[in-house]
Write a protein that binds this ligand. Structure first.
Ligand code: PMP
Length: 361
């Protein structure tokens, strides 16, 4: 700094936890597999790659500001007016934007814990007080306790379904009464990053739930089921005032031309992509079944990952996996989340999980 004092940044920065990305693939023993970031293991479809290459030829021009073509295509696909859709650079950006448009310093933001690590981050960045409501004993949202945690200072409630990192998803018959019970002036954000992996027909669909509820917004992403994590593109569906506020406050031209075209090309190939999702769901059930027979108790997951509650053994189990050639995601002293990846990767994980149980016995 050459002896000069650094500029004064906002004092609240000290209270903001850093976002920790999943570690790269384990390198022990050669190959190494990364099952720590809930990524889609399939490479891009040739048609998507082609669309991206074509779009890259226009990189001297700014992108379409609001992604009109993509928004129109999503509107058609979801059967909602395009005016109710806002696209942005991943659902991460939308979660942050939603806090920006709804929350003032000193307000409260309610969410379950454990859940997605961005919630405390974006809440604190808005100067809000994060209010964390513990999950139930079976790793699901405690909607009753969450409703009771809402005060007249609450401006926003995050609901993550399926929940990252536990995988539990909320059924329509429990989520609907919760939405109707909260005050109409509280913005309820349904984070459906993993929606496409839901196989339980009783689970809620956020787009349906927000259709007649002006205070409900659904956030989805192309990062997971569509396999576009590196492209950074997601969208929100809400009533016009909320969608409009999101569009108006977004960083201009955030969503690149290549990202927009990758998303459009993926919607064109949705059938093929959803077949891959079907394979991942089948793998999830296979891995869960194998874990159960090894004596583990992973909760029912409706996402592309499984959750193992390990308490104090969290770090050592994650290290054991790393040493066995597969990287998983440890969460403090709570547990480990393992992404469902390619079959070989899942088998390496299963053998690590099996040898851990054998050592423990
Ligand atoms: N919501 C949840 C629940 C997530 O797990 C993630 C990714 N880890 C995101 C949002 C953000 O994803 P993206 O920004 O890639 O859309």
């Amino acid at each position: 700094t050459g002896g000069r004092t650094p500029p004064r940044l906002r004092a609240l920065l000290g209270s903001i936890p850093a976002y920790v990305p999943g570690k790269p693939a384990a390198s022990a023993g050669g190959a190494g597999w990364k099952l720590s970031s809930n990524e889609n293991p399939y490479p891009p479809l040739p048609g998507v790659l082609e669309a991206v290459t074509t779009a890259a030829g226009r990189m001297n021009r700014y992108p379409d500001l609001h992604g009109t073509e993509l928004t129109d295509r999503l509107a058609e696909h979801l059967a909602v007016p395009a005016s109710r859709i806002a696209a942005d650079t991943g659902s991460s950006a939308l979660l942050q934007q939603l806090c920006r448009i709804a929350v003032d310093p000193g307000d409260e933001v309610v969410y379950a814990w454990r859940s997605f690590e961005s919630y405390p981050l974006v809440a604190r960045l808005s100067g809000a007080r994060p209010v964390q409501v513990p999950l139930t004993g079976d790793e699901a949202h405690d909607l009753d306790a969450m409703a009771r945690a809402v005060t007249d200072r609450t401006r926003l409630v995050f609901v993550c379904t399926p929940n990252n990192p536990t995988g539990r998803a909320l059924r329509r018959d429990v989520l609907e009464p919760f939405l109707d019970r909260l005050p109409a002036d509280v913005l309820i954000v349904l984070d459906e990053a993993y929606l496409e992996f839901v196989s339980d027909p009783h689970c809620a669909d956020g787009v349906e739930l927000c259709r007649d509820r002006p205070n409900v917004v659904t956030v989805r992403t192309f990062s997971k089921a569509y396999g576009l994590a590196g492209m950074r593109i997601g969208y929100a569906v809400a009533h016009e005032p909320v969608a409009e506020a999101l569009r108006r406050t977004a960083v201009p031209f955030g969503v690149s031309t290549v990202a927009q075209s990758a998303a459009i090309a993926s919607l064109d190939r949705r059938t093929e992509l959803m077949e891959r999702v079907g394979e991942l769901i089948a793998e999830r059930e296979r891995v869960r079944g194998a874990l159960l027979s090894q004596g583990w108790t992973p909760p029912d997951s409706q996402a592309n990952f499984l959750w193992l509650r390990l308490g104090e053994q969290t770090t050592s189990f994650a290290e054991h996996c790393q040493d066995s050639g597969v990287t998983v995601r440890p969460y403090g002293q709570d547990g480990v989340r393992v992404t469902i990846g390619e079959r070989e990767a899942n088998d390496v994980f299963l053998s690590a999980a099996g040898s851990w149980r054998a050592d423990a016995a």
